[in-house]
Design a protein around this ligand. Structure first.
Ligand SMILES: CC(C)(COP(=O)(O)OP(=O)(O)OC[C@H]1O[C@@H](n2cnc3c(N)ncnc32)[C@H](O)[C@@H]1OP(=O)(O)O)[C@@H](O)C(=O)NCCC(=O)NCCS
Length: 119
């Protein structure tokens, strides 16, 4: 897996944590100032818990620097991504219908979020 250490997190921007292979960042789709998180593993590295570990590490770092809420989106067709989100503690909040254009057509998207444990 690539480097997990986040590089930037600020109001109005998004998490951009490291090199290809670990979690990566996307602009918030709704224009909000809440950091987004996403992940992508090389095929040879999948199935070892690395994505889940990376998301957990990224989340802990983000909360440690004051982020209150993290979210992620994935296609409802992407069961592995859904599983990673669940294992990393991101609760499923709902389905955004036909919300993202993929190579084949518009996909329904699951919205997951994780709230900082700090008061
Ligand atoms: C999604 C992805 C990041 C997961 O990476 P990973 O390192 O394999 O993830 P983990 O090993 O931490 O966990 C994978 C979980 O998904 C499950 N899983 C894998 N393929 C699955 C499938 N086709 N259907 C259902 N569950 C699946 C695994 O069993 C595992 O769950 P478990 O621990 O309960 O058994 C990786 O598959 C990937 O890079 N896919 C392509 C890019 C992508 O889709 N990114 C997400 C975009 S939102």
């Amino acid at each position: 897996m690539g480097e997990v250490a986040p590089r930037r997190c600020a109001e109005g921007t998004w998490l951009r944590p490291g090199r290809q292979g670990g979690p990566s960042g996307h602009p918030p789709p709704d224009g909000s100032a809440v950091p987004d998180s996403a992940y992508w593993m090389r095929a040879a590295a999948r199935g070892r818990g690395a994505a889940t570990a990376g998301v957990r590490t990224l989340s802990a770092w983000a909360f440690g620097v004051g982020v209150h809420r993290l979210y992620l989106n994935h296609s409802t067709m992407n069961e592995a991504s859904c599983r990673v989100a669940q294992k990393a503690g991101f609760a499923l909040e709902g389905t955004r219908r036909s919300a993202q254009l993929h190579a084949d057509w518009w996909h329904d998207m699951h919205l997951h979020a994780l709230i900082s444990p700090s008061p």
